[in-house]
Design a binder for this molecule. Structure first.
Ligand code: T4K
Length: 403
């Protein structure tokens, strides 16, 4: 372990890790079970188009959430696009800017204007108290994002949506396996959308799903994800290709069998980070509500530069030099990226909390690819830097001057 800031890799020391530690290394279940399923697929010669593994995965997911319908998709972005279209959203839709760009793009792709709403700094989720100010005659819906797996204020959002006659969709990309007031995420709003991308705690290589209790909506989504085909040679609707392949479903079914283990490891990592980062001035770990079901997939640390002496970006540079590839999820916020930055140059004026948070947070490595020793070393570096923040900052300025 490094005892002095002189030993930090950014100042010429040897990096703590010889190989890069990533955020988002995939969780992989039993290889034997997966390969047996792949063998089955090849034997059957049924590779995609509503195959038996896709149907089994959909059934298992809807059952686990107590939801009527689960429609598996090729990825979370296409699932969002299809859900938005099937729900009939148009004009303007209110969304947080503190999210992955796909949430906004899924709207803009269909020429629907995302109207960015600020977040609650305590939850990092869309602030229900700010939504009504953003509603105009063109508003047709709200998309809540359960950011980092922590549910939005679903009750408040549902109340606003009902009262103002708006549709309500949840981007639940991060919230597979999480609950809200004892009910699994998946059964709220008009529909909820999951991502099963490789970097998510539960993955199908690429993949996603829409879940809903609305029979008519589910029927529409089924058509839309398969070009609008209602049978051979019979297209009755505009559609696209959103289908999940059998090999992805095989990965999903295999992952489901290890889901409890993945959560156990994530929870162990979270608790270790929580205990090792506690009482460091200016460092706050994003807490999970352990009374609910959580997947503990994201380890998010917020930095208050006034107390640590170093900024979030300086901390990132220091960690990267140690081969800890921490990420700035979701900097700089959708409203600061194209095309939104050009379309709505003044959006930041109504997003003060988002503007602050995107400059403060860091996602740290976790998952089954990270061990307790590695977390120990990561926390040690963070503590060393934060406790010598002023000196570190001065040295960084010196180094910059010399370049
Ligand atoms: N809504 C929200 C709120 C989302 O967060 C997302 C996706 C979506 C919607 C859309 O769902 P999808 O269409 O993606 O299903 C990643 C993911 O690509 C993206 O799925 C995810 N959110 C987002 C939060 O993270 P990047 O650009 O950060 O990924 P990338 O390629 O830098 O990978 C992250 C790290 O993971 C890398 O440092 C290396 C590691 N990695 C990655 C892959 C793909 C591996 O070790 N193995 C791998 O196979 O976006």
């Amino acid at each position: 372990m490094k005892a002095y800031i002189d030993n930090l890799a950014i100042f010429g020391g040897t990096p703590t890790f010889s190989e890069k530690l990533h955020v988002g290394r995939p969780n992989i279940g039993s290889r034997d079970r997966l390969l047996a399923r792949v063998d089955d697929i090849l034997e059957r010669r049924w590779l995609t188009n509503n195959g038996p593994y896709v149907r089994e995965l959909e059934h298992k997911i809807s059952e686990s959430m107590n939801v009527q319908h689960c429609i598996a998709m090729c990825n979370g972005t296409v699932a969002l696009e299809i859900a938005i279209r099937a729900m009939g959203l148009s004009g303007e839709v209110i969304v947080p800017s503190m999210t992955f760009i796909a949430t906004a793009h899924a709207l803009q792709w269909q020429e629907i204007r995302p109207v960015f709403c600020d977040i609650d700094p305590k939850t990092y989720n869309i602030d229900p108290n700010r939504i009504e100010d953003m509603i105009t005659p063109r508003t047709t819906g709200i998309i809540g994002v359960h950011l980092f797996g922590r549910p939005c204020d679903i009750e408040a959002l549902t109340e606003i949506a009902n009262r103002r006659n708006l549709k309500l969709l949840f981007d639940a990309a991060h919230a597979f396996g999480c609950s809200y007031k004892g009910h699994m995420i998946g059964s709220f709003g008009n529909a909820e959308v999951f991502s099963f991308h490789a970097t998510k705690f539960f993955n199908t290589f690429e993949g996603g799903a829409i879940v809903t209790n609305d029979n008519a909506l589910a029927a529409k989504i089924q058509l839309m994800k398969n070009f609008g085909f209602a049978g051979y040679d019979n297209v009755i609707y505009i559609g696209t290709n959103g289908k999940m392949s059998e090999v992805s479903a095989a990965m999903g079914l295999t992952g489901l069998e290890s889901l409890k283990e993945f959560i156990k490891v994530n929870r162990r990592n979270y608790r270790q980070y929580k205990s090792e980062l506690k009482d460091i001035p200016g460092i706050q770990l994003m807490p999970y509500d352990e009374r609910e079901k959580c997947n503990y997939h994201y380890i998010i640390m917020a930095i208050d530069k006034r107390d640590t002496g170093v900024s979030r970006d300086q901390m990132i540079d220091i960690l990267h030099a140690e081969n800890i590839l921490a990420r700035r999820y979701f900097y700089p916020g959708c409203h600061n990226m194209e095309p939104y930055r050009s379309y709505f140059p003044h959006a930041k004026l109504v997003l003060p909390e988002t503007e602050k948070l995107v400059r403060r947070v860091i996602a740290l490595p976790t998952g089954t690819a990270i061990g307790t020793q590695e977390i120990d070393q990561i926390c040690h570096i963070i503590r060393l830097v934060a406790e010598h923040g002023r000196e570190v900052r001065e040295r960084l300025t010196e180094v910059k001057r010399q370049i």
